[in-house]
Design a protein around this ligand. Structure first.
Ligand SMILES: Cc1ncc(COP(=O)(O)O)c(C=O)c1O
Length: 735
């Protein structure tokens, strides 16, 4: 069993717990992660990724004196988080389609780091690549001909071109992943390469490199040496200078099973390539080209581990079956290539083997077997099984077979786990479907066959003001007020100060948002809600650091997210004290310093709108009791026909105010963004404060800036609390 441990990420340890020994990665207990995020679950160990990359870099600088670069072959596994890691480490990222290009865009990968591959790029792939990539690898002459007119239109931004050579050499690997042999569909033979180079010269296309990739998951390097010879001959004929790149692709294999250990050495692979290149250049009197490697599997495979929960254990014939909750849908490699994996139980991983086990998934294929005949201890239903070397070509080739929901992915670093891909929901499985015809009784929740699907929510709080963010595609048709009341109920539902439903598409802003109070009513705008929604867009990979616009029924705001999502600035628009806009009944006026007799007290107040109505009561002291006693009376006072939010404000000094808040439809709240804006604007309008004001609330502090025309922007923190799936069962009492 201990030999198997060598297959796992570098940070893997066996730690003692009150229930026995447990497998941990990066200091994270895998059982806890499986319980929290569900299974199948994929985890990536950052430390292992870093070490693999450092090994490549060290070997390159030790063995090659020319310039070098590394591209991460995104096809091994690409998601926004991994692309961010690649960019942070100065890697280039290889993309094959507009989908992968989107991922690099969302991750903020710089254009010059994006390389586009593809054996039959569609017109949309080509145009997107021309717009977004730094380098485009031309697969064939037809593609090159299509590029000529694009080059003529887009010259200043056109990517540089490499040509993909098919060297006519076979590497020792599964035939499905050999790509350099004569009959391969990939690339051009030597003659075609020379023809393509002439075409590029004729049209002054920016040809700067030659690329080949012989295939994936090989150990014997000899064919790579022969391919380098062929490539150098071509470079000599083309007359390449030192501004040329030679890329011998990727393909170094990894060990998936303890019988295949030790792992192939990255150092030897790089040295082999570098030495052949140096000798080949010297023999031909060629200047050293830039050496560009393109590894996928050897970088990420060992960093990834798949976790499955055992459902049943049973015998059929002589076989002991350990049935898992994942299999060929998240890892098609055993079924595709006969890949041979290994595994360890997470609890008591050093238990002695009790004979061979067949580990299979839940899918309707007899070929859905992850591991055949692996010696394993006695395994109980409910145990977690960890399959190492699961980081490459598993999730990137995963499917929704049998309606499987693709797993969540965690990034493990220094004892912390970060969710970098959420598990798909049942709603995701039908997201692309369109009904042929409407089904009866649509929109009447509770009707037979009409139950709302369970939906995913993410809960956040901004200074103690908590909202649930829901994606409209998870709740088609929206929620009724009764449903909202239930979801927001702190005893019967998830509990929250409201619901943020979005993003919807909009022609006038980047995203549109609908906001709901916990009493089910829809409202116009909320500062905390908008900051939370901005953070939600960030977490879902929909926005980056540059500002974006959100449309709400209370107007459009400009938002920007900083400090890894933890802080958000929202420009809320212009505050107005105009009685018609707020609205407040009576003659048209600015509602400043008026009096209100309520609950036996005479109060001095101002009213303002930030897209929603506010009544700011000026006080010498503010107390939660006053807010709770007087807030509901003021909210419903007849002078505010749309009801109003209420703030009880004490000015502390020219830069600080303190408020207690009563929110329309919600009640007493610990903090509110739009309330802070309204109160600060009133303090500024009455010349009690300067233009930059810290608003202190029981839930925390928000910083408000006010410009001359009373445009207010606020900056404050947002925290993600949890995410989960809301089950509708209690909304549909059983018959
Ligand atoms: C063009 C290209 N480059 C690089 C790779 C990465 O290969 P590997 O993941 O085996 O390193 C592939 C995968 O087959 C590929 O097609």
């Amino acid at each position: 069993m201990t030999r198997r441990l060598a297959l796992f990420p570098d940070t893997t340890q066996i730690k003692m717990s009150p229930t026995g020994e447990l497998l941990t990665i990066a200091g994270c207990d895998l059982t806890t992660l499986a319980d929290r995020y569900g299974t199948p679950l994929y985890v990536y160990d950052r430390a292992t990724l870093d070490v693999q990359l450092a090994t490549y870099r060290a070997a390159l600088s030790a063995c090659y004196s020319g310039e070098t670069e590394i591209t991460y072959a995104g096809k091994a596994f690409l998601c926004t988080g991994i692309a961010q890691w690649a960019e942070q480490n100065g890697l280039w990222v290889d993309c094959t389609s507009v989908g992968e290009l989107k991922t690099t865009e969302v991750a903020g990968v710089h254009r010059e780091h994006v390389v586009v591959h593809g054996v039959n790029k569609s017109p949309i792939d080509l145009v997107t690549a021309v717009n977004q990539a730094g380098t485009l690898v031309v697969d064939n002459l037809t593609e090159l001909e299509q590029l000529v007119p694009l080059w003529q239109q887009e010259k200043p931004f056109f990517p540089i071109l490499w040509l993909r050579l098919r060297p006519g050499l076979t590497v020792d690997t599964h035939t499905y992943i050999q790509t350099g042999q004569d009959e391969s569909k990939f690339g051009m033979n030597g003659e075609e390469i020379l023809h393509a180079a002439r075409l590029c010269q004729e049209h002054h296309l920016p040809l700067k490199g030659l690329h080949f990739h012989l295939g994936s998951h090989f150990r014997d390097l000899t064919p790579v040496g022969s391919a380098l010879e062929k490539a150098l001959n071509l470079l000599t004929e083309v007359g390449a200078d030192n501004d040329w790149t030679l890329c011998p692709g990727g393909g170094l294999g990894v060990s998936y099973h303890e019988d295949d250990l030790p792992q192939p050495e990255i150092e030897s692979y790089v040295r082999y390539i570098a030495e052949n290149l140096v000798t080949g250049c010297q023999q031909r009197g060629l200047l050293f080209p830039r050496l560009h490697l393109e590894p996928g599997r050897s970088l990420v495979a060992r960093a990834g581990v798949a976790l499955y929960r055992v459902g049943a254990v049973k015998r059929s014939g002589n076989r002991r079956w350990v049935l898992l909750d994942g299999g060929m849908a998240d890892n098609p490699r055993p079924a595709l290539y006969g890949a041979r994996y290994s595994a360890l139980p997470v609890w008591q991983p050093r238990r002695a083997a009790a004979g061979p086990a067949w580990l299979a998934g839940p899918y309707c294929e007899s070929g859905d077997i992850l591991i055949e005949g692996l010696p394993l201890p006695q395994i109980q239903p409910g145990e977690i099984i960890a399959v190492p070397v699961s980081g490459a070509y598993q999730l990137s080739m995963s499917s929704n077979y049998n309606g499987a929901r693709r797993p969540a992915v965690l990034w493990l670093e220094d004892g912390e786990s970060h969710l970098i891909q959420v598990r798909e929901t049942p709603q995701d499985v039908v997201r692309r479907d369109r009904r042929l015809w409407p089904i009866e009784q649509e929109g009447k929740p509770g009707a037979v066959g009409q139950q709302m699907p369970n939906f995913r929510f993410v809960k956040y709080h901004a200074l103690g003001n908590d909202y649930l963010a829901l994606n409209p595609s998870d709740v088609p048709g929206g929620l009724t007020p009764t449903q909202i009341r239930l979801v927001c109920d702190r005893h019967y539902g998830v509990g929250s100060d409201g619901i943020l439903l979005g993003p919807f598409e909009d022609t006038e802003c980047d995203f549109r948002l609908r906001l709901f109070n916990p009493d089910g009513t829809e409202f116009e705008k909320s500062g905390n809600g908008l900051r939370i929604f901005s953070r939600y867009l960030w977490d879902e990979g929909r926005v980056q650091e540059k500002p974006f616009t959100i449309g709400t029924p209370g107007g459009r705001v400009i938002s920007s997210v900083h400090r890894g999502g933890r802080q958000v600035t929202v420009e809320m628009g212009v505050v107005s004290f105009d009685s018609r806009k707020i609205p407040v009944i009576g003659p048209l006026r600015e509602v400043l310093n008026e009096t209100l007799l309520i609950g036996g007290q005479e109060l001095r107040y101002c009213a303002a709108t930030v897209g929603n109505p506010h009544c700011v009561v000026l006080c010498d002291e503010t107390t939660a009791q006053d807010a709770q006693r007087l807030g509901p009376l003021i909210e419903k006072d007849t002078r505010f026909p749309k009801r109003t939010n209420v703030q009880f404000m004490k000015v502390l000094d020219r830069r600080n105010i303190q408020i207690e808040i009563w929110e329309r439809g919600t009640g007493y709240t610990l903090a509110s963004g739009s309330s802070s804006c309204a109160a600060a604007a009133v303090a500024y309008r009455l010349q009690l404060c300067d233009a930059h004001i810290a608003v202190h609330m029981p839930g925390g502090q928000i910083d408000i800036s006010i410009s001359e025309d009373f445009t207010v922007s606020m900056t404050g923190s947002v925290s993600k609390v949890c995410e989960g799936v809301f089950f509708w069962e209690h909304l549909y009492p059983s018959p």
